[in-house]
Design a protein around this ligand. Structure first.
Ligand code: GLV
Ligand code: MG
Length: 339
């Protein structure tokens, strides 16, 4: 572990200083765009008005023989518009692939000043973050960038989950983390073929009661991992996200998965299909009744200490902090969506 003073030193001569606090940004959905498809990337500037983050996907789902086109397509897409307050991210290729180095070298060199966050797949431990951290610093210095590009890890290997605390605290460049349930299932040897969501066989049965049919309740396969990810992220002041939900024909299950993640502390999820944008907005924007109640708590306890009773419910410093989170989120949502 580096000493704090060295932890916050730029990793290359002339690179911008690392941030001490994350910028306050609304990131309810990270919308995936396949930049090798001209028709899809042409829509990116208009989609950017609807979503909080536009991400050019260079990794899985992009065919191996179109990786270079995807990278060049992202550069064209970044140059084609001003994305304003909407985040512009890439998901780079994995660090053990032949494309990873050029993804960073070419994209930061060409459009680094527009790039907010690099999502790094299949992060196994802090060594992966250190590699990207140092390389980004060199590239930022070379390109003369004035603000640091942040790093977002995908938690999608058994080793990554084992090392999740180290990953979250590896660098001041860390923005957050997303659960990658598809690769994680493969890495763990889970007996599923899905991208996120539950499984009908992962359930508990009620006790037997004579011949009466026994009720069964499906359980959440991702509860343990999301909880570990949320604790690791929040302990280090970075942001946890649920990742992809692959069954586009089941919006109700997508909403349930997103909502579980939201209630457990996640701030957003990926949208892989336009229908998932509205789901993420619904889930990750706070409920107006909760916002109104949160504002009453803040008013009743102006300095955030002591205790107050509102509608028979006891409030104290801890509920004041929860209310602050909800009210701040509501302010960001109002600024983006209006109203
Ligand atoms: C996402 O990348 C996943 O593997 O689920
Ligand atoms: Mg993956």
């Amino acid at each position: 572990m580096k000493l704090p003073r060295r932890f916050f030193k730029p990793l290359a001569l002339g690179a911008p200083s690392p941030l001490r606090e994350l910028p306050v940004r609304l990131e309810r959905m990270i919308h995936f765009v396949p930049p090798h498809l001209e028709k899809m990337r042409a829509k990116a500037p208009s989609i950017a008005r609807e979503v909080d983050v536009v991400l050019g996907n260079l990794e899985d789902a992009i065919p191996g023989d179109r990786k270079v086109e995807a990278r060049q397509g992202f550069i064209a897409m970044a140059r084609a518009a001003d994305y304003g307050s909407t985040g512009l991210w890439i998901r780079m290729n994995a660090l053990d692939s032949p494309w990873a180095l050029d993804d960073l070298v070419e994209i930061v060199g060409a459009v680094g000043e527009k790039l907010d966050v690099v999502m790094v797949p299949k992060v196994e431990g802090l060594w992966d973050i250190h590699y990207v951290d140092q390389l980004l610093a060199q590239l930022e210095a070379k390109a003369g960038l004035s603000r640091p590009i942040l790093v977002h890890a995908i938690l999608e290997t058994a080793e990554g989950v084992k090392n999740v605390d180290d990953i979250a605290s590896a660098s001041p460049r860390m923005h957050g983390m997303s659960l990658g349930p598809a690769d994680l299932a493969a890495s763990r040897g889970m007996k599923t073929t899905r991208v996120g969501g539950g499984h009908p066989d992962y359930k508990v049965l009620s006790d037997p009661d004579g011949d009466a049919p026994r009720a069964a309740a499906q359980q959440d396969l991702w509860h343990y991992t999301v909880a570990r990810m949320v604790d690791a992220c929040l302990a280090n002041g970075i942001k946890p996200f649920y990742g992809p939900f692959g069954d586009f024909s089941d919006p109700a299950a997508c909403e349930a998965q997103f909502r579980n993640a939201f209630l457990m502390g996640c701030v957003g999820a990926w949208s892989l299909h336009p229908t998932q944008i509205a789901i993420a907005k619904r889930v990750f924007s706070p409920d107006p009744a909760e916002v109104a109640f949160a504002r009453r708590i803040l008013e009743a306890m102006p300095d955030g200490t002591g205790a107050a009773m509102i509608d028979g419910k006891m409030q104290d410093d801890a509920t004041w902090k929860q209310a602050r989170v909800i009210a701040d989120l509501a302010d960001l949502v109002a600024a983006k969506d209006g109203g």
